[in-house]
Design a protein around this ligand. Structure first.
Ligand code: ADE
Ligand code: ZN
Length: 319
């Protein structure tokens, strides 16, 4: 689908296609425990979020240098441009790299190099969102934020991702306060596998402006009313929800009911190399499986610009 759109929920590490993974493995002398790209693809059968995360973190071992990060981001931007993306707010997971000895500067400067050429090369404006891994400690998140200080000119916002259940937003109260003091905007994954109370906490305790996923708000009618009244954007990822078994089939995804309820829904690809499609593919899939008509697809595309961290002039240019 070529409607102009913004992508607001995209983990750059989740765009690592098997072909690039093998190319980087060869370049960096890393041995992957798969014979070839086909064998790797057969491992993409997930039970839940954790079973995906295990592979997602393991495969990152091949991405090591500034050039690798730049190549990864450039490959995503080229694919996104071909699917109508005009603006992308891109997550990255610094702790997943620093934990294996890759300096934060390598990650941010490598990604930054691809992003700063993106408008000219791909027609996509970009922002970078630094995510904390919620299954690691709050101290580690604070250290990461401090380590990012020299690179903050490249970073627009902080986010919260990784294994959700058992790691409520309140754990990261202090680091979000500090991020706010540093002028960063705030988002957080909530209500993907975790309960609706995590969505409330992300809003009330962390002060986030958008909820990533937010799928499980539908279990709490009062919360839905609040999200509608406050026009809190939700960055939904329907193909991810099917692959990670948050919903049984795409046909059963609550997106139509969420739109009907008046929620500010956006549609995104999350980890497209693993979940079977980039954002244009996702628009196409929800059109086919859920019967969303052109007008509803246009609403989703319009919502993505409303929910983006763009000022009015930037928004007009991107549309
Ligand atoms: N990291 C990458 N993809 C994720 C997802 N869908 N949920 C939480 N953390 C993630
Ligand atoms: Zn995500």
């Amino acid at each position: 689908m070529h409607l102009p759109k913004a992508e607001l929920h995209l983990h750059i590490e989740g765009t690592l296609e098997p072909e690039l993974a093998f190319a980087l493995a060869a370049r960096n002398g890393v041995t992957l425990p798969y014979a070839d790209t086909e064998a790797l693809r057969t491992a993409y059968l997930f039970e839940d979020l954790q079973s995906f995360l295990n592979l997602y973190y393991a495969l990152m071992a091949v991405v090591r240098t500034e050039d690798d990060f730049a190549e990864l981001a450039d490959a995503y931007l080229a694919r996104a441009a071909a699917q109508g993306v005009r603006h992308a707010e891109i997550f990255f997971d610094p702790q997943a790299h620093t934990a294996r000895g890759v300096p934060l500067g390598t990650v941010v400067e490598g990604l930054g190099r691809a992003l700063e050429r993106s408008e000219e090369k791909h027609g996509i404006s970009t922002q970078l969102i630094m995510c904390f891994l919620r299954d690691q400690s709050a101290e580690s998140a604070l250290e990461t934020l401090e380590a990012a200080r020299p690179h903050l000119h490249r970073i627009s916002a902080v986010g919260l991702d990784s294994a959700e259940v058992g790691h409520p937003p309140v754990k990261f109260r202090e680091v979000y306060e500090r991020a706010g003091e540093l002028g960063l905007r705030k988002v957080a994954h909530a209500g993907e596998e975790g309960p609706p109370s995590y969505i409330r906490e992300a809003l009330d305790v962390l002060g986030v402006e958008r909820i990533d996923h937010g799928l499980r708000c539908m279990e709490d009618p009062d919360l839905v009313k609040r999200l509608v009244a406050e026009r809190v954007p939700l960055t939904l990822c329907p193909l991810s929800n099917v692959r990670l078994r948050a919903v049984d089939t795409l046909e059963q995804h609550p997106l139509p009911a969420m739109l009907e309820a008046g929620l500010l829904c956006t549609v995104n690809s999350d980890d497209p190399a693993y979940f079977g499609g980039y954002v244009g593919d996702t628009f196409h899939a929800v059109h086919e499986a859920l019967g969303l008509d052109r007008e509803q697809l246009r609403t989703l595309a319009r919502n993505s610009f409303e929910a983006a961290f763009l000022d009015h002039d930037e928004e007009r240019r991107a549309r």
